[in-house]
Design a protein around this ligand. Sequence first.
Ligand code: UTP
Length: 471
Amino acid sequence: MNASISPDQLPVLLRQHKQEHLLAYLDSLAPPAREQLASDIVNVDFALMERLYGKTTPVAGEDTPQAKAARATALEDVVRQPASADDEQAWQSAHQQGLELLRAGKVAAVLVAGGQGTRLGFPHPKGMFPIGPVSNVTLFQIFFEQIKARSAQAGVVIPYYIMTSDATHEDTEKFLEEHNYFGLDRGTVKLFKQGTMPAVDAATGQLLVGDDDLLVRSPDGHGGILNALAKNGIFDQLAERGIEYLYYHQVDNPTGILCEPALLGFHAMRRSDMTTKVAAKRSADEKMGVLALVDGKTEIIEYSDMPTDVAEKLDSRGNLMFWAGNMAVHVFNVDFLRRITFGETQLPYHTAHKKVPFKSAEGEVQSPKTPNAYKFERFIFDALPLAYKTLVVEADRKREFNPVKNAEGNDSPATSKEALINLHRSWLQQAGVSVPADCVVEISPLFALDAEGVQARANELKLEGSSVYLK
Ligand code: UTP
């Protein structure tokens, strides 16, 4: 950053970095817009932008994601879902170990909620989407209630960190304030905003100016969480609070288990730096990134980089070799995150070629019909190959992975609600409660977090009517 640059040094800086086209924009503006654009410009990391733009031209012989996918091999260190009494025992002891970590106050949860949710097309932050099949409660409410219930189970207050973005911050904060943080103590919930990255013209690498007379910027991706944690003083706060592990989850999955003790336990017992939950892919062509080994290191291969013949590879038992779909649930050692935030090896940037509206120097707004610009973002899963030790743990897919991504079809509100109904019905049935076939049930995390929780309260239950919300 060049925050110490004075306005009269700006022309020199811009010429030095081949961005002198911005002088015409500055000249065309009157104060205070001129000062605002100038201060936006001095905050750009020009060296970084030059490096990223330079990388958009392929270099002969350079390793590509597709080449990596072609030499990927099957994962070796995976904890599968329990299939034997011994497995059950291992999961039980991991659960106990995880509960100990929670009880000792060593765990905080972190939610990434800065995405724009374009596929869902909901006009608010996705966390405000009403997903409760009976109650209409929002995704946020389900997560907050889970944190509250897990805190009660562990007998500690689990801090909850929520990453927002320019696109979601104000609405999220207002919504949570209005709902009194769903009963969580305000002092233990922290909202923090992710950063942005300027977009550049694809043909020239020039920074683009938008209709608002500021540089065109976009969110820096969920991997932007590392800089955002640093910038908002959260690493220091975690150290003060004695937090050693972060339990990371996304905003779109109402059946996700927050601060799952067994996942935390496996992570600690195996001395992992980063542990990832995976779900078995339904088919070779399911659009899901998979975890695999590349040159001996655990990596996520995005589905768009996976050649069909590699995706379809089978192991000796006839099962998909690359079955382990990324659920975007991770446990991180805070020390590991600190190393890849402040150390020399950091998350890489990915480039996306997009249609980006901008304002010409003559003041006309252009809305390109074909991709004209590069946007840059970071992905948190790129931390995997940077870890000394990783672990992969398989989830029960039906129970745990029912995200809301699309407005209709697969991974939509309809499929996610149906999964919630089936899950909660099964908890009641496991507790010996009979549920009329036409009765829709929903269980708040405050009533029970799982089948055992329902079992413990089975004598309180009387199901009447066609829909029941237990809270
Ligand atoms: P997705 O990749 O599903 O993106 O984000 P999205 O923005 O929610 O939805 P689409 O692709 O536009 O339809 C996965 C998770 O990462 C968060 C999202 O909020 C979600 O929890 N995310 C994504 C961020 O926090 N910041 C980002 O810049 C991108």
